[in-house]
Write a protein that binds this ligand. Structure first.
Ligand SMILES: Cc1ncc(COP(=O)(O)O)c(C=O)c1O
Length: 394
């Protein structure tokens, strides 16, 4: 169904990275420097990132997935253990639990925020539970005080998945600031700080940081920079059969500049989110994000609206098709992980296991939100959503 809506000619992508001349220049000078693998830029990016979030140690990785995996391995999680996470996340948060040999155990979400519900975590703890992987979903903070209080009481390790949460503040403190466990960030192409692929593990625990550093390059006692730079030695040992997970200097070149520009990019995200909030807050038929009081700064990685099925003659999938018809790209974050066939088949998870997550999934749409969107783009998304609601309101 279409009204007299004035449809734009070109498609507005759901997401685009924000790459300026500065990133391009830094990548070119890295290419000319003669050092492409992990080297001085990775080391510099790790240092600056640790300073930025306020952690003692940062270890650059080729993805957040790698950082999540290494966090659990370094904490000694393995076969026979159980690790609790949320089903409202990307598969990486749970797949990496399986990679250690442990079992992923899901805990349902808080139906207001979409983040894991600490009460549900506590219900899932058994004698095998060894760790919790809370996900700072969409750029909101999980309730860390409650999660760490539970973790302390049951002696559990906490590996925070902060793929969406660079810039997020919990009760005034940046995610990753003085972490008690580990915190993993993603620099995937769609993320607030993008290096194409990339990730960072931060921790204040020296032992975990040292283990992580060794595990990311096959468990080698020395990385290539230590071996091939002047004064380095060819000799090395394999201390553990590790992984090939390290960040490299071309990624770090992008990361250094993106970090420098993060504040400016975040300001634009905030402006767009505010514009959406203002435009949609009184639209009958959709709901805007509810932000917990302890999320004092939202990173606005995602802007998620929820449709109210009782008020519209259209479901979420049709709403997305209508947006697509109006040339607006969207996404859905996320298809619940417990409903994926690998999880159903291996662990027997089924529909109905996590009602809050499933209900959330049925109604959510992620709208375009990225710094390079123009005001016209933002207004166009607003008008498109309002037009669809107008066409299909009961
Ligand atoms: C919540 C969450 N965790 C982890 C990841 C994995 O990040 P990466 O692609 O850097 O491995 C993603 C990626 O989209 C994510 O959304």
């Amino acid at each position: 169904m279409t009204s007299n809506f004035n449809k734009r000619k070109d498609f507005l992508p759901y997401c685009l990275p924000d790459i300026s001349e500065l990133e391009i220049q830094e990548v070119v000078s890295t290419l000319k420097s003669g050092w492409l693998a992990k080297g001085p830029r990775t080391i510099e990016f790790e240092k600056r990132f640790a300073e930025y979030v306020g952690a003692k140690y940062a270890v650059g990785m080729n993805s957040c997935t790698a950082a999540l995996h290494i966090s659990l391995v370094a904490a000694g999680i393995g076969p026979g253990d159980e690790v609790i996470t949320t089903p409202m996340t990307f598969a990486a948060s749970a797949n990496t639990i399986i990679h250690t040999g442990a079992k992923p155990v899901f805990a349902d979400i808080d139906p207001k925020t979409g983040c894991i519900d600490p009460d549900e975590i506590e219900k899932k703890i058994t004698s095998k539970t060894k760790a919790i992987v809370p996900v700072h979903y969409s750029g909101q903070a999980c309730d860390l005080d409650r999660i760490y209080e539970i973790a302390d009481r049951y002696n559990l390790f906490v590996s925070e998945d902060a793929a969406h949460a660079i810039y997020t503040k919990y009760k005034g403190r940046m995610i990753g600031n003085r972490p008690k466990g580990t915190v993993s960030f993603s620099f995937y192409a769609t993320k607030n700080l993008a290096t194409g692929e990339g990730g960072m593990l931060v921790t204040d625990d020296e032992e975990i940081a040292n283990k992580a550093r060794i595990l990311v390059t096959h468990g080698m006692s020395k990385n290539a920079w230590n071996r091939y730079a002047k004064g380095g030695s060819w000799m090395y040992d394999i201390e553990e059969p590790g992984y090939k997970y390290n960040m490299f200097d071309l990624q770090a070149a992008l990361g250094l500049i993106q970090l420098q520009r993060l504040e400016e990019m975040q300001k634009r995200r905030e402006q767009i989110a505010e514009k959406y909030n203002e435009a949609f807050k009184n639209v009958d038929g959709i709901e805007i994000p509810i932000i917990s009081e302890y999320t004092t700064t939202h990173a606005w990685h995602l802007y998620i609206i929820k449709i109210v099925p009782e008020k519209l003659n259209i479901n979420r999938d049709q709403f997305i098709m209508e947006l697509n018809e109006r040339n607006v790209g969207t996404s859905v974050h996320f298809i619940p992980v417990h409903l994926m066939s690998a999880y159903r088949n291996r662990f027997g998870y089924k529909k109905g296991d996590f009602p809050n997550t499933e209900k959330w999934f049925e109604n959510i749409i992620s709208l375009p939100l990225y710094p390079s969107m123009s005001d016209d783009d933002v207004n166009y998304v607003i008008e498109s959503v309002k037009d669809i609601v107008g066409c299909y309101r009961m």
